[in-house]
Design a binder for this molecule. Structure first.
Ligand SMILES: CC(C)(COP(=O)(O)OP(=O)(O)OC[C@H]1O[C@@H](n2cnc3c(N)ncnc32)[C@H](O)[C@@H]1OP(=O)(O)O)[C@@H](O)C(=O)NCCC(=O)NCCS
Length: 178
């Protein structure tokens, strides 16, 4: 059974709630944050609330807020497209408070989530997707044990431009917990 709170060294993960949506909108609408995300449109508060009402009981995903040790929300991380039959899931991480970039937060957040996925949720393989320019994300994935499985060529269309997507995969036995 999955946990709703996971405590690490410099961060804690807790299940995302309605009260976190204004932060999500602000973070995703920051051009520096979304330049490596695959978003076509800015997030809009009303639609984000509708989205949350649709997904809050969806058992194919689990969304966490990343809180700093002092309790300040600094980003989001989660598992989506959880497939119980094939025991796979896709991981994501967005650090919205940019003064927390460069401190290894993605590494710790994803490590905590992956541990939960493999040890408590019966997941056996995790996928991750990254924009080709997202060096921080690609380096972090490799540190966790992910292997690049390929490039999805011109997979997404963002602001009229087609862009490649880097696809990585992590098997349970390849995970580097520390
Ligand atoms: C991607 C993101 C989560 C990474 O956050 P982070 O944890 O702060 O990552 P870091 O800056 O610590 O970088 C991770 C590693 O990559 C290295 N790195 C980052 N940019 C680099 C570059 N341009 N060249 C070489 N190395 C680089 C860092 O040095 C670090 O390695 P180290 O710890 O060994 O020094 C964060 O930038 C973010 O939220 N961006 C916007 C949303 C996003 O793109 N999410 C990911 C979607 S896949």
């Amino acid at each position: 059974m999955e946990e709703t709170k996971i405590t690490g060294d410099k961060i804690r993960l807790r299940k995302m709630g309605k009260k976190d949506l204004p932060d999500k909108v602000r973070w995703y609408n920051d051009p520096e944050v979304n330049k490596t995300l695959f978003l076509e449109e800015p997030l809009e508060p009303g639609k984000t609330l509708e989205w949350f009402d649709r997904i809050k009981d969806d058992d194919s995903r689990i969304d966490f807020v990343i809180d700093a040790a002092n309790g300040k929300p600094i980003g989001l991380a989660g598992l989506v497209n959880i497939d119980r039959l094939h025991q796979t899931a896709e991981i994501y991480c967005v650090i919205g408070e940019k003064d927390w970039w460069g401190k290894g937060v993605m590494l710790e957040a994803e490590r905590l989530l992956i541990k939960q996925a493999f040890e408590k949720m019966g997941i056996e393989k995790i996928r991750a997707y990254a924009h080709p320019s997202n060096i921080a994300s690609i380096i972090t994935m490799k540190k966790l044990g992910f292997k690049i499985e390929g490039t999805l060529r011109k997979e997404k269309k963002i602001h009229g431009q087609r862009t490649d997507v880097i696809c990585a995969g992590l098997l349970k036995e390849e995970f580097k917990p520390l």
